[in-house]
Design a protein around this ligand. Structure first.
Ligand code: G6P
Length: 611
């Protein structure tokens, strides 16, 4: 998704903008650009091009060395293909205004027609280009005023920063449904879509709210709300280290994040469990015993990997809290007129807290009177702010587009919620709760063991990386985790991967199982393991190559499959947290073997802030 950076101060602007954009690469992009006021304030200079930042960096080597004010952008194409012309920043007819934008201006066609009728000339296919022209049309000597008037005419979502030739030393920014933060420096100030872009320069930030407009100079930051009143912003001090957002010696962010899972899971649990009495302590949420006892239906809604965490959440919550749970893809739920009322709990899962469909599904739930509880990783994200309750996963920043530690911490949150609800609703089996809590506490160490024994997976990846197609099979919870394993492989290695409920194979997918096709068979669920073995035999009978994931000590598989990767033993309900790790490694090593861009797979974005 697009990334924005703005700078105003006393240092060279171009390197700061490019470096800030590099910190936002994880959002996914297909083109990049910068616009600066040249040192004499005589014109706005723009440099933008299709492709990765490295290309822009090379072509910007001697670009406006004396500029101290500018804006930068990484674009993820929505309206108009990824090319040099559609790349941001966009300018008006006179070259007086330059704009970077993240989001979608939904009424851009009407605005464009109107602006064309007023004599404006457009160059690109983008929705964004209406912004500089609209501001040009409305400008009467005060940029803040022009931006304010412009946003009253916009429908859709935006985070934007505007640079004006006539007002050097000033940037004006606005946000609505797309993230934007201010970085507070000394004699310099910054704007960015996300905090990692600021960390090299400052830890002091303002997190902007929807509707807010910022008037920024190098020494002053004024923030106004939608009605134009000045807002007293609270400084948000970032307390995580810049290195946390960097690779830390790993070849890719994804591998680093896979290895961060033990730490991340310990953080998710910290202060939230008391295994001695079998209790989960979630002081941060207001969903109390009374409300929980009245809940008669739970929806879980999310997108992508977070949706897969929701599928595990369904098993956990139904088993523990004895409430029916439906899991819905957010882009479906938002339009299907779901049956909800005040006795419905809607659990919204989103790593970024900014996914447009998830946010919309949550708003739909609120409109229907449901209680919304967000499970997210990003403090003060849009979803966190709009939800009735928030449970943070504390995974730390996740940079690789393919989600790993965010997923396992979301699973942890599902267990915490399930146990919490069970206790409050009186459906808890105390002895089992104690066992599960001890099990949860042991998971990080067990993941460390799996990571140490990653070579089986690496070898398997090397052997089968040239396959065209692969299958992931499992029953019950194993099916939910198989879906995530298949998604990981698709996302980053571009190998076709299909996850199937093992018992359903014979109703169609078995036709695709031929000699040598790799099948990853998950067999962690003790109560149905014999059924699973029968399904594995079905694919073996068609000469598939099977890698099984099974608990240590279970030797029944060795004669049946080609390879077994053993997982440390745990309660069956907790097995997903372990079973996903070898699958993450498999996807990673396959992608590396195939020379894919692991951290930024083609066509995908980390944070999908448009519908
Ligand atoms: C994108 C990302 C996925 C993520 C999904 C939902 O597709 O590439 O990794 O699972 O969005 O994102 P969220 O931030 O809402 O969890």
């Amino acid at each position: 998704m697009c990334g924005i950076v703005g700078y105003l101060g006393h240092q060279q602007a171009v390197p700061i903008l490019l470096e800030g954009l590099a910190r936002l690469e994880y959002r996914g992009y297909d083109s990049a650009g910068v616009a600066v006021l040249d040192g004499n304030d005589s014109m706005i200079q723009v440099k933008k091009q299709k492709g990765k930042l490295a290309g822009l960096k090379t072509s910007s080597n001697d670009f406006c060395l004396n500029a101290v004010c500018g804006i930068g952008h990484t674009r993820w194409a929505t309206h108009g293909r990824p090319n040099d012309v559609n790349a941001h920043p966009h300018t008006d007819c006179t070259g007086k205004f330059a704009v970077v934008h993240n989001g979608i201006i939904e009424n851009y066609m009407a605005l464009r027609d109107w602006l064309i009728s007023r004599g404006h000339v457009f160059n690109s296919e983008t929705d964004t280009e209406v912004l500089p022209h609209l501001i040009e049309e409305l400008y009467a000597g005060d940029l803040l005023e022009a931006v304010r008037r412009a946003i009253t005419k916009l429908q859709g979502s935006y985070a934007m920063v505007v640079l004006c030739l006539d007002e050097p030393g000033r940037l004006v920014a606005a946000r609505h449904d797309s993230p934007l933060v201010v970085g507070l420096g000394d004699g310099e100030n910054f704007l960015a879509s996300d905090i990692p872009a600021l960390l090299k320069h400052t830890r002091r930030t303002y997190i902007l709210e929807d509707g807010e407009v910022v008037d920024l100079t190098s020494t002053e930051v004024k923030v106004f709300n939608g009605s134009g009143d000045a807002v007293e912003k609270k400084v948000f001090e970032v307390n995580w280290e810049a290195e946390q957002a960097e690779k830390n010696g790993y070849e890719h962010f994804m591998l680093k994040e896979i290895h961060e899972q033990p730490r991340a899971l310990r953080d998710t649990l910290a202060g939230r469990i008391n295994p001695e009495v079998g209790k989960v302590i979630l002081n941060e949420i207001t969903l109390d015993e009374e409300k929980l006892k009245n809940i008669n239906k739970i929806y879980i809604t999310a997108c992508g990997t977070a949706y897969h965490a929701g599928l595990v959440g369904k098993h956990v919550m139904e088993k523990m809290a004895r409430v029916p749970v439906e899991v819905d893809i957010a882009s479906e739920l938002r339009y299907r007129n779901p049956i909800m009322d005040k006795n419905t709990l809607v659990v919204v899962i989103s790593q970024s807290g900014e996914t447009a469909d998830t946010l919309a599904a949550m708003r739909e739930a609120k409109r229907n009177g449901a209680w919304t509880l967000a499970v997210t990783n990003v403090v003060d994200s849009s979803i966190a702010r709009d939800a009735d309750d928030v449970l943070y996963t504390w995974a730390g920043p996740e940079i690789a587009v393919a989600s790993t530690k965010a997923y396992t911490t979301q699973l942890m949150a599902m267990y915490l919620l399930g146990l919490y609800m069970a206790e409050k609703r009186g459906t808890q089996n105390v002895e089992e709760a104690k066992e599960l809590l001890i099990g949860l506490r042991e998971l990080p160490d067990k993941i460390e063991t799996i990571l140490k024994n990653g070579n089986i997976i690496k070898d398997f990846a090397a052997q089968y990386c040239s396959c065209q197609s692969s299958f992931f099979i499992g029953r019950g919870l194993d099916h939910a985790v198989a879906l995530e394993g298949a998604l990981k492989l698709k996302e980053i290695s571009y190998i076709h991967a299909e996850a199937y409920a093992a018992g359903e194979l014979k109703h169609g997918t078995l036709a695709l199982i031929v000699e040598g096709v790799p099948v990853i068979a998950l067999a962690t669920q003790q109560d149905i393991i014999e059924k699973m073995i029968s399904n594995i035999k079905e694919v073996k009978a068609r000469d598939a190559t099977v890698l099984a994931l099974a608990p240590e000590g279970y030797t029944g598989l060795e004669q049946v499959v080609d390879q077994v990767a053993y997982l440390p033993q745990t309660h069956s309900l907790l097995a997903p947290v372990l079973a996903v790790v070898p699958q993450q490694l498999l996807a990673y090593y396959m992608a590396v073997e195939r020379g894919c861009e692991v951290d930024q797979p083609r066509n995908l974005a980390k944070s999908v802030t448009v519908e």
